[in-house]
Design a protein around this ligand. Sequence first.
Ligand SMILES: Cc1cc2nc3c(=O)[nH]c(=O)nc-3n(C[C@H](O)[C@H](O)[C@H](O)COP(=O)(O)O)c2cc1C
Length: 332
Amino acid sequence: MSPKKLDLSVRYLGLSLENPLIVGSCGLTGSIEGIEECARAGAGAVVLKSLFEEQISHEVARLSADSAASAWHPEAAEYIEAYGWEDAVGRYLDLIRTAKRSVGIPIIASVHCVSPGSWLEFAKRVADEGADALELNAFVLPSDSRRSGPENEQVYFDLVREVRARVALPIALKIGPFFSSLSQMIERLSRSGVAGLVLFNRFQQPDIDIEKMQLSSAPPFSSPSELALPLRWIALMANVAPCDLAATTGIHDGAGVIKQLLAGANAVQLASALYRHGPEHLGTILGDVRAWMERHEFVSIDAFRGRLAHDPAHNAAAYERVQFMKLSTSIE
Ligand SMILES: Cc1cc2nc3c(=O)[nH]c(=O)nc-3n(C[C@H](O)[C@H](O)[C@H](O)COP(=O)(O)O)c2cc1C
């Protein structure tokens, strides 16, 4: 079979992507040069580096001046160091406009937000500049012991409702896995007005330098073993959530992409692997996906996507098993 006959196209957030590889929000998509490089390397779409709610709300000076806060919000610190904060909004809107003019792939804008607030007006401007979709990177660290689980969860629904009320753009919500009833939360969010959910954000974790006895940050890049958590939840939710699902975290190679598609992901997002190997790694991954499709005689992604999604009649045990009972008898 000729590789040219393979159809790698997918639909994600109502958009047509030539292939399911999306460059996730990170520094590689924070400049027009970076976006062009990703597009040349074969990205199906890019999610722009996030603009932080704090930048939009002009509170960033307080954030950057607070060294303790910087240690616990490294993405904000990284962005501020790299891009500064003056006119951050204007430059972000310019980036959307320029990117739309210079590359043919969908451009997904991204906001890192923790509450509905004054930044919401920005969502409208993102749409006006021609972004194809808006990804909300939302995270409420449940560290305030006075706040209940439902109170923390409500923030996500309020966010989606407020953004939805302002823009007709497709919205993707990027969430973490830390909810007490994750499947119910994913299902409710999938019906909240979003076009897609991105599972799961990988949080920058704090670390401690024991010699300097100072706070530091854990390594910013994922390892391939981290793919397992989103893989389980993509598979469990693919036939339950009515919206699209994009997998992120730990996808470093063609095998990782294929696993997530078999589990039911509509698309995948990559960041760490592209930092490690350069954006041209996208070409290697696409080549590996094509070779696998040829070997298994699949002519399109749709022909196999979701084949190994959770199915109560066939593979429930594999996805629902969390203890080592059976496995340990074979290895101990
Ligand atoms: C250097 C760096 C910067 C990042 N910045 C953002 C960001 O601004 N917004 C966001 O939603 N995710 C950000 N991320 C998270 C990635 O989009 C992605 O979800 C995470 O790295 C897990 O995917 P990976 O295993 O492919 O790296 C960043 C990741 C890295 C490594």
